[in-house]
Design a protein around this ligand. Structure first.
Ligand code: TMP
Length: 209
């Protein structure tokens, strides 16, 4: 069976995911690939409703356990209804965040046990994992300054710097453990330099296909 590739883009707030996601999509489309661009939490009608529950400020506090389970509930819908069907059709799926974000934000930021996350990951994804993950890495201080110049902070963006330091730490640890999957990009560089780096990574990926 022909299947496409599953590429995820990760990083702490303010690293430039949106700009680079569009760049990657254009690059792959120019190379003749059919590309499905999507995001987490979200990507389906139901998962986008769950996203709103997760990101909006509500009067009732969302407890950390509910946050973790809602992330995976949204992911279950997304994997089943968008990601798997697209890959089976041979499309490349380009996803703005995936399960590495759960390890980083809920495992690192909220301090959940990584083995508990692993159990839910296996239950929901049944082995589905990204082929490649591009991690845009930047100091938390600079990232938060960049993010602050955007819209009203959502529930995650309202967290303190120490939370994001833990998030960044987990991303970097995971990249160290799986160097074949992760490609780390220094997001403190100019947009041109970052995109040159991403382009050469993608070029190599297409050659080795
Ligand atoms: P974003 O679309 O701006 O990246 O916002 C999504 C937010 O959700 C971001 O702050 C990271 C957070 N998040 C988690 O905490 N866990 C997850 O598993 C995912 C996918 C996102």
């Amino acid at each position: 069976m022909v299947t496409g590739k599953f590429i995820t883009l990760e990083g702490v707030e303010g690293v430039g995911k949106t700009t680079n996601l569009n760049f990657i999509a254009e690059y792959l489309e120019k190379a003749g690939k059919s590309v499905v661009i999507t995001r987490e939490p979200g990507g389906t009608e139901i998962a986008e409703k769950i996203r709103a529950l997760l990101l909006d400020h509500n009067e009732e506090k969302l407890c950390n356990e509910a946050e973790l389970l809602l992330m995976f509930a949204a992911r279950a819908q997304h994997v089943e209804n968008v990601i798997k069907p697209a890959l089976e059709k041979g499309s490349w799926v380009l996803c703005d965040r995936f399960t590495d974000a759960t390890y980083a934000y809920q495992g690192g930021g909220r301090d959940f046990n990584m083995n508990d996350i692993k159990w839910i990951e296996n239950f929901v994804q049944k082995g589905l994992a990204p082929d490649k993950t591009i991690l845009l890495d930047l100091s938390v201080e600079v990232g938060l300054q960049r993010a602050a110049s955007r819209s009203e902070p959502d529930r995650f963006e309202s967290e303190k710097q120490a939370f994001f330091e833990k998030v960044r730490g987990v991303y970097l640890d995971r990249a160290k453990v799986e160097p074949q999957r992760f490609h780390i990009v220094d997001a403190s560089k100019t947009v041109e330099q970052v995109q040159q780096n991403i382009a050469s990574f993608l070029g190599q990926l297409l050659i080795n296909e």
